[in-house]
Design a protein around this ligand. Structure first.
Ligand code: NAD
Ligand code: UD1
Length: 358
């Protein structure tokens, strides 16, 4: 069973490829490495002991997508490839619309030509916009509030139109809440470019000493301790969710959206404390003004995924923070150096990686 994984070298894609390979799927990756590093794929092989085909290709180049489909017997597609920074999407909206939407339209067009009509798509909880009704279920009215979020919402609409035009399609749109964590091996994880925008990558760089302190964006929200509350989900749980969605699209026809979250919310301060415990480092912080566009509270109602995908998240915040820290500790410069170089001289953490690069 061959699965095309677009964006397979990225953060969530690489973790999903590990789970796919471990389950015996054949994996074919298409990625233009605009926000990832081929080193991640070497590490996917190191973890799984399996090889796979990789195309260094752009979804904006339809000819190459055709080449990928003509050279492989693809059964289904998991589509991660996209640009994902909210701030950047406000600054360069046209690039976001072109990359995310045109890329998806090109992909679906070629899939259609080759009769491959099973698709798992990376959507985002960001499609719900600034709702204050929690927990958020899939019936909540969509209302993305920035260009990135609107690309996801519009792609969901495009996929709906596609299904209505041809009911042979089977599409799962997965609305992720806040993915964090890393593979327990410490070999793959999130490797943001420049200053991280998201909370956990920032906290882990503070713990590692590469940033001085965390700025907490507001402590005057109507939450348990005044700081923002989110539904953090371990990236391995999220990756496994894709395998469940894949089974669903392979066994049925239709289109549906599923929240992938834990159903539990944690505040920024709770995450700081959990990370301090996992890393045994202190995380200095200052309280700053609220970040524009931030909701006070956001967490999922994950019942639909539990009932219809037979999936639920199992890893709690302690494991999420431990795994994030192991990744940060062993890979202080992410994928910019090979693992064996970065690990030299390091005192093993309480849980060693158990994996070494060949
Ligand atoms: P990522 O940036 O690590 O991975 C995306 C991958 O897609 C990268 O490897 C990038 O090089 C590739 N890519 C981008 N545009 C491409 C193109 N035109 N052609 C080929 N490859 C291309 O991001 P991620 O965190 O792994 O997210 C994966 C998907 O999940 C994205 O669509 C993102 O919008 C969505 N998502 C992510 C989060 C999150 O917090 N990480 C939350 C919700 C949704
Ligand atoms: C952000 C994106 C959202 C995306 C999600 C998952 C914005 C406005 N939204 O959401 O579209 O789907 O990531 O990747 O960027 N925080 C701090 N200090 C920091 C960073 C964050 O206090 O340096 C706080 C935030 O105010 C928030 C919480 O930590 O309360 C989580 O922030 P973040 O990790 O950026 O995720 P989201 O805000 O949920």
């Amino acid at each position: 069973m061959a699965i095309l994984v677009t964006g397979g070298a990225g953060y969530i894609g690489s973790h999903t490829c590990v789970e796919l390979l471990q389950k015996g799927y054949e994996v074919i990756i298409l990625d233009n490495f605009s926000n990832s590093n081929p080193e991640a794929l070497k590490r996917v092989t190191a973890i799984t002991g399996k090889d796979f085909k990789t195309y260094n290709a752009d979804l904006l180049d339809k000819q190459t997508i055709i080449q990928v489909f003509s050279e492989n017997e693809i059964n289904a597609v998991i589509h991660f490839a996209g640009l994902k920074s909210v701030g950047e999407s406000v600054a360069i909206p046209l690039q976001y619309y072109q990359n995310n939407m045109t890329g998806t339209v090109n992909l679906c067009e070629v899939m259609s030509w080759y009769g491959v009509k099973k698709l798992v798509f990376s959507s985002s909880a960001t499609v719900y916009g600034a709702t204050d009704k929690v927990p958020i279920d899939e019936e909540t009215t969509l209302g993305a509030i920035n260009p990135y979020g609107r690309t996801k919402q519009m792609i969901e609409e495009i996929l709906g139109d596609l299904f209505r035009s041809d009911q042979a399609w089977s599409i799962a749109m997965l609305r992720y809440f806040n993915p964090i964590g890393a593979h327990p091996s410490g070999l793959i994880g999130e490797d943001p470019n420049g200053i991280p925008n998201n909370l956990l990558p920032y906290i882990s760089q503070v713990a590692a000493g590469s940033r001085q302190r965390l700025s907490i964006f507001g402590d005057d929200y109507a939450t348990k301790d005044g700081t923002g509350v989110r539904d953090y989900i371990h990236v391995v749980d999220l990756a496994i969710g894709h395998l469940h969605a894949l089974e669903k699209v392979q066994s049925t026809q239709g289109i549906d959206a599923f929240n992938l979250g834990t159903g539990r919310g944690y505040s920024v301060l709770e995450m700081v404390r959990a990370f301090e415990k996992a890393s045994m480092k202190s995380i200095p912080y200052t309280i700053e003004r609220r970040r524009p566009g931030d909701a006070a509270v956001c967490f999922a109602n994950p019942e639909k995924a539990r009932n219809q995908l037979n999936w639920q998240a199992n890893r709690g915040i302690d494991v999420m923070c431990e795994d994030t820290w192991r990744w940060q500790y062993y890979n202080p410069v992410g994928y910019k150096e090979t693992f064996d170089k970065q690990i030299v001289g390091k005192t093993p953490l309480h849980q060693a990686t158990g994996f070494l690069m060949p």
